[in-house]
Design a protein around this ligand. Structure first.
Ligand code: F6R
Length: 243
């Protein structure tokens, strides 16, 4: 579980992209789990650069995004689907039919979550899952207290997550949707391989707790200590409290 520690977000994005591309070369129909957020931007920039330089081919991959707000449509600039379109899918060749999102506007949200699990199973499970981490240790939108066996489901976002994500909602915490859909921790743990990225000083404390603290539902990311193939990629600031 030795972390890779790099200079900055740009280097982290390049490293993660290199690992993903390496796996796609070995398995062109790789099933890739994806995340959004500030940390992910340089990762998608690197993937797009590699694709434009013809260093990789995404035409056979399947993708599954981790989470989505309840109530936002894909044309809403604050939805995760919009983020992915803007930073990745609009620039590279991935078959739309192979791109999967949770629909936060589904009439029956429980059925939507069950169906997502079914689709993941149908393609043989996730080969490689990309994760970020919240300041409270969430992975996907699995907030503290989420069960380690939890599956894709509705979740109420914690105060700290609402506050952190208010920056995408005009800095107005009241505008951030309270509810989201997220792959569960059990779902994430079934990924054959995981890469977690974290950058910045504000993640340093939780990174220390996730890697060296007790494995506990209070810190959802701590469960990764039990996964057999996780690569942690940090910048210097995020790793500054590691021993
Ligand atoms: C989003 C997701 C979240 C983020 C986390 C970090 O798909 O899964 O767990 O990765 O909230 O977000 P940033 O990178 O904005 O700090």
């Amino acid at each position: 579980m030795r972390p890779v520690i790099l200079k900055d977000a740009k280097d982290m994005g390049a490293k993660a992209a290199e690992l993903v591309i390496g796996d796609i070369k070995k398995k062109p129909d790789l099933v890739l789990g994806l995340a959004v957020g500030g940390t992910m931007i340089s990762f998608y920039q690197s993937l797009v650069r590699l694709w434009k330089n013809k260093k990789c081919d995404f035409s056979h991959i399947n993708t599954f995004n981790l989470d989505e707000y309840v109530g936002l449509s894909e044309s809403d600039k604050r939805s995760f689907r919009y983020f992915m379109q803007r930073h990745f899918f609009s620039s590279v060749g991935v078959w739309q039919r192979n791109v999967h999102f949770l629909d936060g506007r589904a009439v029956n949200l429980n059925a939507e979550c069950r169906n997502y699990e079914k689709k993941i199973k149908e393609v043989g499970g996730i080969d490689l899952q990309i994760l970020g981490i919240g300041r409270n240790g969430h992975i996907g939108f699995n907030e503290p207290g989420s069960g380690f066996k939890s599956r894709t489901r509705k979740i109420l976002l914690s105060e700290i997550t609402l506050k952190d994500n208010a920056r995408f909602f005009g800095n107005n915490v009241r505008k951030v949707p309270r509810r989201a859909l997220t792959m569960g921790i059990g779902t994430i743990l079934e990924a054959r391989k995981i890469i977690l990225l974290a950058s910045g000083k504000k993640k340093a404390e939780i990174i220390h707790r996730a890697l060296h603290g007790e494995v506990s539902e209070d810190v959802p990311a701590s469960v990764l200590q039990k996964h057999k193939d996780v690569t942690f990629i940090f910048d210097k600031e995020a790793s500054s409290e590691l021993d």
